[in-house]
Structure formats: structure tokens, C-alpha cells
Ligand binder design. Structure first.
Ligand code: SF4
Length: 278
């Protein structure tokens, strides 16, 4: 259900500890990769004061740390890979959702002689993703419509234990059941089967690990090399991922595949031709 992986662990970043969401593993790994010259830039997703996503080419540790944290709405981050190529970056690291990782892996594996600069993409860090939200629907429908807040009032969003939570800048928490947020989901997320970024070098999410830790799946040789380097340098620390944590992660991946199958059946019943195969 989680695709191929060599190792599954709980990870906490030592360089960014306490500053960002969960264990900060994505940011810790990217900062280490930049400092060691494994990458010369990282394509990340930043946000403005109203939580609109901003694809960004980060060239310093501070820029990577400044863009940390989940944004919860769809972002066209791949566009910044082109920006990185045009700016002359030669070793590009990318962090994004499973659909974005699929797109970039396909670009890397193209047989056709397109010269996109895809050989400069050297690291893909994928996020766990059950669904993502449409910006206008989330802000108008939930943040304003249900909680009576403006986007600029939001300190952070979080999804934990079946609840979708908005923490405002006064520290007050507003929450609804996750299942009640379906109407704000981005429509393209319905027929999506990849929960854990199966084609990434390293996949990261919060599911399966205790608060303050990230679940990390190491998949490829380059992912393994980065992980070992960060661990040996003391920039991250690891803990065993519990059997229960791995089972829960598998369960969410399985639920996503079931949702995809249901969506595919509905589309087929409606007469649509579906050419997605897992
Ligand atoms: Fe992309 Fe799928 Fe996540 Fe939607 S659910 S953002 S399509 S990976």
C-alpha cells in the first residue's frame, strides 16, 4: 500500500526543532542537502499573509526554513522548477505532493528527446497526501463561513485524529470533523490513488509517528544517501516507527485507493472513459 521502500522510521530534525510542523523532517533534510552541496536550490511552497501559496526557489537555509509548514491548498509548485532551471540551478531538490512527484518522475524518465533540463532534478521529497483543498472554497466556506475568521487571522492549520483544526493568531483553536470538509476538497483529488508519494526518493508525513515526529519512508539510493548523511551529521535523529504507526499509515493509503476505485466506478457508470491504471 505504501509502494517500495527500504526503511520506515520516525524522524525529528535537530536543526529546525520546535520551529515548524511535526518533526520538521522535510526542512531538516533539505537544509542538510543544501549545506552539503547535494542540491544547490530547493523548490518549496511558501505562502503570503492570506495563505495563498507561492512556489519558490529557495537558495539559502533561511529561505527553506521560512517556507516550512503545510499549506493545505493546491499549489502550482512545479512551475518553480522551470524558474530554478532558468536561474541556472544545476542540482534541484523538490518537495511536493504525490501528484507533483509523479509528474517530475515522469519528466525524468521521458524517452523522448525533450530538453527540459530534467537531468537537473536530483532530489524528490514527497509528502503524504489524502486530499488537498481548493483555496477559495476553504477560505470562503470554512475559515470565513464556519469559523468567522479571515485568512490573515489564521496562525496554522492542522489535521489530527480525524479533526481539521484552524488555530488563530490569538491561539484559539477552531475545529470540525475531517469528513465535513469534503465539500472544500479540490475536485481533482477524487481520482487520486497515491497517498505516500510512491515515486519519491524520500516520503514524509505526520501519520504514524507521535506528536513532534515525522514518519519517513526512504525509497531510493539517493534518498538513502541523503538520509544517512543527515543522520551521521546529527542534523536529524531517528526512532523506530511502531508497528501500530506503520499499520495506520498503510490503512490511510488503503483508504485512498478504495476512494480512487469508488471514483473510477462512478466515472465509468457515468459513461466516462477512464485510463488511469495503478
Ligand atoms: Fe495531488 Fe492527489 Fe494530493 Fe490531490 S490528493 S493534492 S491530486 S496527491
Amino acid at each position: 500500500m505504501l509502494g517500495f521502500f527500504r526503511k520506515a522510521v520516525s524522524v525529528q530534525s535537530n536543526t529546525t526543532k520546535g520551529k515548524i510542523q511535526d518533526g520538521g523532517a522535510v526542512t531538516g533534510l533539505l537544509v542538510h542537502a543544501l549545506q552539503e552541496g547535494i542540491i544547490d536550490c530547493a523548490v518549496v511552497t511558501d505562502k503570503d499573509g492570506d495563505w495563498r501559496t507561492i512556489p519558490k526557489v529557495a537558495r539559502t537555509s533561511e529561505e527553506i526554513i521560512g517556507a516550512a509548514g503545510t499549506k493545505y491548498t493546491i499549489s502550482n509548485s512545479i512551475i518553480a522548477v522551470q524558474e530554478a532551471i532558468e536561474k541556472g540551478c544545476k542540482k534541484i531538490g523538490f518537495v511536493g505532493t504525490p501528484c507533483q512527484i509523479q509528474a517530475l518522475r515522469k519528466a525524468q524518465l521521458l524517452d523522448e528527446p525533450y530538453e527540459l533540463g530534467q537531468e537537473r532534478i536530483v532530489l524528490l521529497i514527497g509528502l503524504f497526501c489524502m486530499e488537498n483543498f481548493d483555496y477559495d472554497a476553504l477560505m470562503e466556506g470554512l475559515v470565513k463561513g464556519i469559523f468567522g475568521l479571515l485568512p490573515k487571522d489564521v496562525e496554522r492549520f492542522e489535521i489530527k485524529k480525524g479533526m481539521f483544526r484552524v488555530i488563530d493568531k490569538d491561539g484559539k483553536s477552531h475545529e470540525i470533523k475531517l469528513e465535513e470538509t469534503d465539500k472544500f476538497t479540490f475536485i481533482g483529488c477524487g481520482p487520486c490513488f497515491d497517498f505516500s508519494s510512491e515515486l519519491a526518493d524520500i516520503s514524509v508525513g505526520s501519520v504514524g509517528s507521535p506528536d513532534g515526529w515525522s514518519t519517513v519512508l526512504i525509497r531510493t539510493e539517493s534518498g538513502q544517501n541523503l538520509y544517512d548523511s543527515a543522520l551521521n551529521a546529527g542534523d536529524i535523529k531517528e526512532n523506530a516507527l511502531s508497528e501500530k504507526g506503520l499499520t495506520l499509515t498503510n490503512k490511510l493509503a488503503s483508504n485512498k485507493i478504495k476512494r480512487f476505485e469508488k471514483c473510477a466506478r462512478e466515472l465509468e457508470q457515468s459513461g466516462a472513459k477512464l485510463s488511469i491504471r495503478r
